[in-house]
Design a protein around this ligand. Structure first.
Ligand SMILES: Cc1ncc(COP(=O)(O)O)c(C=O)c1O
Length: 472
């Protein structure tokens, strides 16, 4: 990448050079696994072609998820030593609450053990049978928690967000006209909230602009509908706004994040992403009555409201991590190293969702494997091939995850067939990523030999985690 491209960044010493350096040095190391091709073939068969069934020690580079898999900083580990494990009213909770309130501006802060617990609390109390919850794109746990209440989880991302090659700068935006239509057709009484996912994980890790969030706020105000953010990657979204939305070039990620949150009435958060922690999350909002109801459920299912499902030391790690996620050196490195992996893939002739998202590169399996129809899960087939070739584990984001089984045994396929290679935070170096690039190239060279898969067993909810498949 040329230093001429980004004159606004030239003040940063790292950008005067071509090399993207990790803004940290390694403090402790963990060995990674090396396996033979035949061991990997056996592991695939044993896990029934579902990469969630692999043992971590069978994986060389694990890009299954960026969720809870990152490396914590020395300051986070130091913070953990200060963890106050008091059951009620711990110092660690005070620190956690202060941080979350300071960044988000919300007054009611409920800690939860991870994002989906926050979703469950919110939807159990705010959503009922027959409701519709519009979003740009619901993440799988969000969708499942809404459907579990008997409501419809409706995706309304803009058209460009469905076109993997569109270079639109904010492909995570929600289609505001469609949102307006849904509300006036269904009636605001059936819409308990609008939710926007920042960045839009299931749509390629694409950001949502401030202008779009502001427009959603306007629609919600018109109909008196609460507006919630799924804020897992709020800091990466803030960074993209800084880079791509002209009015924000001179704002800090923190200022942008605060403005994003100020447009919403509440947020669910998995601190396993931009909380830079291995576990944790929260539900935050301004409505004290809804918060009270959620808090009572929190006590029933997660724990006392000053720890949720978290240990005191986890609250400390998140309180430090949320600030670290907003550091400009970190965010520049983070987004550029993801783009670096996308460039390697494209150089190998494998199209990716453009432009690269913040936390992951999404390989377009339908373009790479045109001989495999959606009904034979091309993205799952590609994910298995990457593992077999070089021990690289990604995750299918296609019809195994989002296909809709029909009563006649057919399925409505997902809009896109993608393999997500999610980059854990501060964990792998550039040479690890170069290796992944080589593995992608090797798989691309034998693309026509890759066969499709069929599902032989599946659960009712979130089938991609546990479904069993076999080659067609
Ligand atoms: C956008 C989004 N929402 C919600 C979640 C759920 O968070 P958790 O895995 O902590 O339950 C995730 C996790 O990957 C996510 O990416």
């Amino acid at each position: 990448m040329s230093s001429l491209d980004d004159s606004a960044e030239d003040r940063h010493p790292q950008t005067s050079f071509e090399t993207i350096i990790e803004p940290f040095r390694v403090h402790s190391v963990e060995p990674i696994a090396f396996t033979t091709r035949s061991e990997r073939a056996d592991a695939l068969e044993r896990s029934r072609y579902n990469l969630f069934g692999l043992k971590a020690r069978e994986v060389t580079i694990d890009l299954l998820t960026d969720s809870g898999t990152g490396a914590m900083s020395t300051r986070q580990w130091a913070g953990m030593m200060m963890g106050d494990e008091s059951y009620a009213g711990s110092r660690s909770y005070e620190r956690f609450k202060e941080t979350v309130s300071d960044i988000t501006g919300f007054s009611e802060i409920l800690p939860t053990h991870q994002g989906r617990a926050a979703e469950r609390l919110l939807f159990s109390e705010a959503v009922t049978d027959g409701d519709i919850v519009p979003s740009n794109t619901h993440f799988d746990t969000t969708r499942a928690n809404i459907e579990h209440e008997g409501a419809e989880a409706l995706d309304l991302v803009i058209e460009e967000g469905k076109d993997s090659q569109s270079e639109h700068p904010f492909k995570g935006n929600i289609d505001v006209d469609a949102l307006q239509r849904v509300i006036s057709d269904a009636g605001p009484d059936r819409i308990p909230m609008v939710m926007v996912t920042v960045t839009n994980n299931s749509g390629g890790g694409q950001p949502v602009s401030m202008a779009n969030l502001r427009a959603v706020r306007g629609v919600c105000d018109r109909y008196q509908i609460p507006f919630f953010l799924d804020a897992c990657r709020f800091a990466e979204n803030a960074w993209f706004i800084k880079q791509r939305e002209p009015d924000y070039a001179d704002s800090t990620p923190l200022e942008i994040a605060r403005e994003m949150f100020s447009l919403a009435d509440g947020a669910t958060m998995s601190a396993k992403k931009d909380g830079m922690s291995n576990i944790g999350g929260f539900l935050a909002m301004n409505d004290p009555d809804l918060a009270e109801r959620c808090r009572n459920l929190l006590i029933l299912t997660e724990g006392f409201p000053t720890y949720g499902g978290m240990a005191g030391y986890d609250l400390e790690a998140v309180a430090v991590g949320l600030w670290e996620a907003l550091d400009e050196h970190y965010l520049r490195y983070r987004t550029r190293s993801t783009a670096y992996l996308a460039n390697l893939s494209e150089s190998a002739g494998v199209p990716t969702v453009r432009p690269p998202g913040g936390h992951a590169v999404y390989l377009d399996a339908s373009q790479m494997l045109p001989h495999i129809p959606s009904s034979q899960y091309p993205a799952q087939a590609l994910a298995c091939a990457l593992y077999l070739e070089g021990g690289v584990r990604g995750v299918e984001i296609g019809s195994v995850m989002f296909g809709k089984p029909q009563p006649d045994g057919t399925e409505i396929p997902a809009a896109m067939e993608l393999v997500r290679l999610a980059v854990p935070r501060r964990t792998y170096t550039q040479s690890h990523i170069d290796y992944v690039g080589e593995v992608i190239a090797a798989v691309a060279n034998r693309a026509e030999d890759i066969r499709g898969l069929r599902i032989v067993e599946q659960p009712r909810w979130l089938r991609h985690f546990t479904a069993a498949l076999e080659p067609v």
